[in-house]
Design a protein. Structure first.
Length: 238
């Protein structure tokens, strides 16, 4: 696959990820579809079940590696997410659900996605982590956790985890840090290749909803990073 252009690699890799997911009825990565669907559907209800959404978020995060032994979340129950869920479900964030790159590149929107909302989420989790580890930690709540939450609930950013970062570095798309500069580069990549990417993406669906543009980038670069890892000891991502 090394001879392919980056856009062709993303189409190939995201399609590979999607098809493997759809062929595994109970595969763990289906939890993104289940979580995202639950949050989308809840926005149309008058009475939101925050407890249920928190449980969905917790399981999605667990299935995507955020409840490993070193994580402070492992020592908390799912209700720890309720305040974060209540914030994310505010109507002012409705515009971020499955947002397209053409809208996401607005500086005001990008500030909400990369600075304001992540800041509020981190502020909530800091005291919980402190209570678990019982000491001050200079390093802030990880962007990996924050972006996985945003991907699972709003699908407005890719999840900046190890494999995704390896993928975007391999293709020289970005440095791998979650910030407005990195997001702009991803947005520009999608916009420059929108016709080809959208043609494939629109066939990727969860229920009647099309996969968001950021989810396609998330899958594609994640799969590229996964395929680069020769030490993982498994051949399939699902």
């Amino acid at each position: 696959m090394s001879y392919l252009k980056t856009v062709d690699k993303i189409i190939y890799s995201s399609t590979k990820f999607y098809e493997e997911l759809k062929n595994d009825e109970n595969g763990r990565y289906r939890s993104w579809e289940q979580c995202y669907t639950a949050f989308c559907e809840a926005r149309n209800k008058k009475d939101i079940d925050y407890d249920y959404l928190s449980l969905m978020l917790a399981f999605y995060l667990a299935s995507w590696g955020m409840y490993r032994g070193s994580s402070f979340l492992l020592q908390r129950d799912y209700k720890v997410h309720i305040p974060v869920v209540k914030e994310i479900m505010k109507s002012k964030y409705d515009c971020l659900v499955g947002i397209n790159c053409s809208e996401l590149k607005d500086p005001k929107v990008l500030k909400v996605v990369c600075v304001d909302l992540p800041g509020l989420i981190k502020k909530h989790y800091r005291p919980h982590r402190l209570k678990v580890v019982e000491k001050r930690i200079e390093k802030d709540i990880s962007d990996t956790l924050i972006t996985k939450i945003l991907m699972g609930t709003l699908a407005c950013v890719p999840a900046y985890d190890r494999y995704f970062i390896d993928g975007i570095k391999k293709e020289s798309i970005s440095t791998g840090n979650f910030n407005d500069k990195s997001m702009i580069k991803l947005i520009e990549f999608y916009e420059d290749n929108k016709k080809e990417l959208d043609k494939v993406r629109k066939s990727m669906k969860v229920g009647k909803r099309e996969y968001p543009q950021m989810k396609m980038l998330d899958m594609g670069f994640w799969q590229i990073g996964f395929d680069l890892d020769k030490s993982k000891g498994i051949k399939k991502s699902h």
